[in-house]
Design a protein. Structure first.
Length: 241
C-alpha cells in the first residue's frame, strides 16, 4: 500500500469532515504503528518446538474442535427440557454477544499500546505477529489451547447469570467464535469474495491491516464499527464501503 493512496481530497470533496481529513493527512506510522507494520514472510516465535507447533493452527482443527462443542451444547440445552423458542432466543443472544466481545477484545486487548520491552513482547505474541506477518497462513486462527482456555473461563462466568440455560447461550456464542475464525481465515486466504456482505468484510479487514489499524475492528461483523464510529475511511471520501 503506497502513501499516494492516502492523498487528501480537495476542499470541495463531498463527505469530507475533520475525522476524515485527520486520517487522510496522517503519516503511515500514525495509521499503522511500527509494532503492527506488515511485512512479507514468516517468523519463528518459540525456540521450543512444542510451543512453536502449538502456535500454528489449521482452520480444519478449529472446526473439528468447536463444531462438536456447539452440537453438545445444543443437545445439552434440549436434554434439560428447554423449548425450541427459548433455545433460539438464547442462541441468537449468544451470537450477538459474541460480535460485541469480538470487537472489544480486538480493539482494547489485541490493540493495547505496549510500553516497554515486556509489553511489546506480549503484544507481539498476542496479535502483533499477525499484523507483521499477515500472510502467514498457519497463524490466521487462534491457537486451540488459548481459545479453549478463554472459552472455559467465559462459560464459568456466564453460568451464574443463566443457570442451566447457559448451554443455549454458549452454543450461540461458540458459533459466533467459529464464524469469526472461519471468516478471518477466508479473508486472508481467498481473494475477491462473492456477495456485497463478504466483500465489505474483506475490504474492511484488509484496510485494518494495510491502511489504518485503528479502524475496522470487527471481523465477522461491521455492526459495532458502525456503532462506535470505527469504520475504515474509504479511499474515495463520500463513498460508502
Amino acid at each position: 500500500m503506497t502513501e499516494s493512496s492516502f492523498t487528501a481530497p480537495p476542499p470541495s470533496a463531498p463527505g469530507r469532515n475533520e475525522e476524515t481529513e485527520a486520517v487522510m493527512n496522517a503519516t503511515r506510522e500514525e495509521r499503522i504503528p511500527k509494532h503492527m507494520a506488515p511485512q512479507n514472510g514468516q517468523i519463528r516465535l518459540f525456540n521450543n518446538p512444542l510451543l512453536e507447533r502449538l502456535s500454528k493452527i489449521s482452520p480444519v482443527t478449529v472446526f473439528a474442535v468447536y463444531f462438536p462443542v456447539i452440537v453438545f451444547a445444543a443437545w445439552k440445552s434440549f436434554a434439560i427440557g428447554i423449548s425450541l423458542s427459548t433455545f433460539l432466543t438464547l442462541f441468537i443472544f449468544g451470537l450477538a454477544v459474541w460480535t460485541l466481545f469480538e470487537y472489544l477484545m480486538h480493539r482494547y486487548v489485541f490493540h493495547f499500546v505496549p510500553r516497554g520491552e515486556f509489553q511489546e513482547r506480549i503484544s507481539f505474541l498476542f496479535h502483533g505477529v499477525h499484523h507483521q506477518y499477515p500472510n502467514d497462513k498457519k497463524r490466521l486462527v487462534m491457537p486451540i489451547a488459548l481459545s479453549l482456555l478463554i472459552g472455559v473461563l467465559l462459560f464459568i462466568l456466564s453460568r451464574p447469570l443463566f443457570g442451566n440455560l447457559v448451554w443455549a447461550y454458549a452454543a450461540g456464542f461458540a458459533t459466533g467464535y467459529l464464524a469469526y475464525d472461519m471468516t478471518h481465515y477466508s479473508i486472508h486466504h481467498f481473494k475477491n469474495p462473492k456477495g456485497k456482505f463478504f466483500k465489505r468484510l474483506w475490504k474492511s479487514h484488509l484496510d485494518h491491516h494495510f491502511r489504518d489499524s485503528s479502524k475496522g475492528y470487527g471481523v465477522s461483523s461491521r455492526f459495532w464499527d458502525h456503532i462506535f464510529g470505527t469504520l475504515p475511511v474509504p479511499k474515495s471520501v463520500g463513498k460508502t464501503l
